[in-house]
Design a protein around this ligand. Sequence first.
Ligand code: M7G
Length: 317
Amino acid sequence: MAEESQAKEIMPQSLADFKFEKILNIIPETQNMIVLATGNMTGKPEPALVFLLKAQFEESNIPIFFAGSEEGDKILPVEFLQNLQHNDKFYNFIGKCDPRLNPLFVKLIYPATPKDIEKYTPTKTLVLRETPEIYSKYVKSYIESRAVEKELKWVWNILDGISEKERVIYHDDDPETGFTIVPDTKWDERNMKYLYFTVLAKTRKIKSLRDINGSHIEFLKRMKEEAMKAAKAKYGVPSAQLLCYVHYLPSFMQLHYHVINIERGDMRGPRCILVDDIIDNLQRDPEYYQKSNLTIPLSETHEIVSAMKADGFVFEE
Ligand code: M7G
């Protein structure tokens, strides 16, 4: 309890509060970095995950970079520091921008648990075709063993109106059919091309797709429809540009949707299952997700893989 109240007061001011340990991953498309560090702010050294991301330029600032802008006088011009290449009319420069117009987007998970660190440490990924039998024998118990009180605290904080109150776009408190729509932390709410909502169901009974059946169809539809309405009403993004999907396996075990602008382009791989397809499948067979095989990518160090290997299951090399 004492630890909990202390944790609430922690508000790091800069990366000088942390000691660099190592770069865990570099995301090739963006060159963004995920860094492992250590902080002492909880009273003992504990790991921190630091995500260093280049934030989007504010569109309205772009004219200031050029000649003829009044505001341009108050800030430093974009300076070319180095010419990397020049051939005829083609130039590549390294430039310097006024830091006020070129913010860093820093995400921090602190204290980070071994699970958090594992999630962001690149490992070999194996593809498992999960039959209902594999689900009952290995995956269900893994899902049920998760430390929900710790892992879902941020989710419950949003659902209970404790955190991100001012960001919440839609909220319905019904314990069975309620849900909350909130901009995902991956989106800064400025560039509509990157729109990203998370839709969190209030019920704690649906942990994954395997718990969903025909009786949930109306609920699934409503969650999607409200997200589509909100995207249009609040941000002007029409539903024709939106994708709404769940992950299987999810990384946290309470029903939630991802709603993204298709132009973000980060809906990748077999973990993403479109909500429209889920609804279609349930309309054909209300027990579709209890009967079907599902493909899950798993890290080779994942405990489901270890448990299956221990029972003699062979993942082909
Ligand atoms: P995920 O990590 O891909 O999990 O998605 P999944 O595989 O179970 O779907 C969880 C989503 O929730 C990510 O897109 C996160 O950016 C987002 N998210 C995580 N946290 C801790 C927060 C938070 O505190 N607030 C909001 N608004 N979104 C969050």
